[in-house]
Design a protein around this ligand. Structure first.
Ligand SMILES: *Cc1c(COP(=O)(O)O)cnc(C)c1O
Length: 218
């Protein structure tokens, strides 16, 4: 099923994913993954960027992932409730000048408040230029990428470093179910991989969710 999601979102074959209890926990794993890859142990200087319309679970997930509230920087939106690219660029430059380490930016493939879709392509350009991890929050809207007539609205979505999906929303699953896709599947594995003497040594022969997520017996 994760491979279906990967194909539907036109992510590369090297992407890996994880099922979670919801979008919030997908966000948590994405932030932890970006933090581990881009900040290593130097967490305190790391800053991440969300728009004022971003879902509140991102700030909560950031806190759980060790990124305190004073390192979550809120960017203004334009008249259509989309993140302002000029403000984003300015904030990143100001934070760098202040000795902070910008490492992650979020865009929204549909906000919960109004359904506004950020210019995902423009955020992806900023992220590429600045060396930031770009997470697309598709909990509300990413599944519209499967609809050819609506796909242009979400242009740039497959460029994301990671993507939150919420099958219990866009796919109408009748039980709690979120999902995360990470372009650099090895980065997700690097965050979660662990082993023990009592576990078999053939961890590379199959997809083992315990190597890509926080759960074990589940
Ligand atoms: C619902 C939602 C979330 C949070 O997902 P949960 O499944 O409720 O944890 C995050 N972002 C957006 C845009 C949402 O609509």
């Amino acid at each position: 099923v994760l491979e279906w999601l990967r194909d539907w979102m036109t992510f590369p074959a090297t992407a890996r994913g994880l099922f979670t209890t919801g979008g919030s926990m997908a966000m948590f794993n994405a932030i932890a993954c970006a933090r581990e890859k881009l900040l290593g142990t130097d967490i305190r200087a790391g800053t991440l960027y969300v728009s004022s319309q971003a879902h509140h679970c991102i700030a909560k997930a950031a806190k759980l992932a060790g990124i305190a509230a004073d390192r979550v920087h809120t960017i203004d939106v334009d008249a259509d409730f989309r993140i302002r690219i000029d403000d984003l660029t300015r904030a990143i430059a100001a934070d760098r000048a202040a000795g902070l380490k910008p490492f992650m930016v979020f865009s929204s493939a549909g906000t919960t408040n109004t359904g506004a879709v950020d210019s995902i392509d423009a955020v992806a350009d900023v992220a590429a230029r600045e060396g930031l991890w770009h997470h697309v929050d598709g909990a509300y809207g990413a599944f519209f990428h499967m609809v050819p007539a609506l796909r242009p609205l979400l242009a740039g979505l497959p460029r994301a470093d990671s993507l939150t999906l919420d099958p219990h929303k866009g796919l109408f699953m009748p039980y709690g179910m979120g999902a995360l896709l990470v372009r650099d599947g090895e980065a997700l594995r690097a965050l979660h991989s662990s082993t023990a003497g009592y576990l078999p040594a053939n961890q590379d022969e199959f997809y083992d969710p315990a190597q890509y997520g926080p759960d074990l017996s589940r």
